[in-house]
Design a protein around this ligand. Sequence first.
Ligand code: DX5
Length: 208
Amino acid sequence: MLQVVPAILEKSFNEMVEKVARVKPYTNFLQIDIMDNTFVPNETFRDAARIATLDATLEIHLMIDKPALYFQQWALPNVQRLIVHFETIGNMEHDIALMRTSGKEIGLAINPETLTYEIKDYLDMVDMVVVMGVDPGFSGQQFQKDVLEKVKEMKKWKPELLVEVDGGVNMYNRDMIEAAGATHIGAASALWKAEDLGTAWKALQGVE
Ligand code: DX5
């Protein structure tokens, strides 16, 4: 079954707390989007000390330049996984090894225009690949379904690879994402803008 990861892209801490509470009946594992107007043209709430007080287990999606300089502040007790963008990393071997010293799982995210061969040599160095279905920066964009070819290709290379598809995921495209071999889906608007969160949750999971 696909693991659904609610994604929080917010400018206010109160909104974060509210969203964690809203999905509490379904999951305790969420993604927090961190943007600082460098890698993407948007900013989110990013006071790590307050995010550390969220009552949830988190993956932190760092949409920032030079994550190897800043990852330490995100190695919080309630963080399980740090997701960093391939496009922001200077030296993969060096920077991933450095970020591994955090003791956190490392997810490697790729933008829609980044090709699989660019990361092929690094799949064994990370715990997960995050395939972006949209250009990162904003919620509510349309899913670029061509990215599923990348999921299929990487799963051929490494069947046990954990692959999260993030951006533009909804109840209508979740089946093709699962069929491509993804193990996780990140979703924001499909959950937060749904009329009924419980119904949306089940639809994303693929449970009737
Ligand atoms: C895209 C973010 C996603 C985003 C998903 O910039 O990385 O995590 O929150 O939003 P939706 O599900 O609305 O596309």
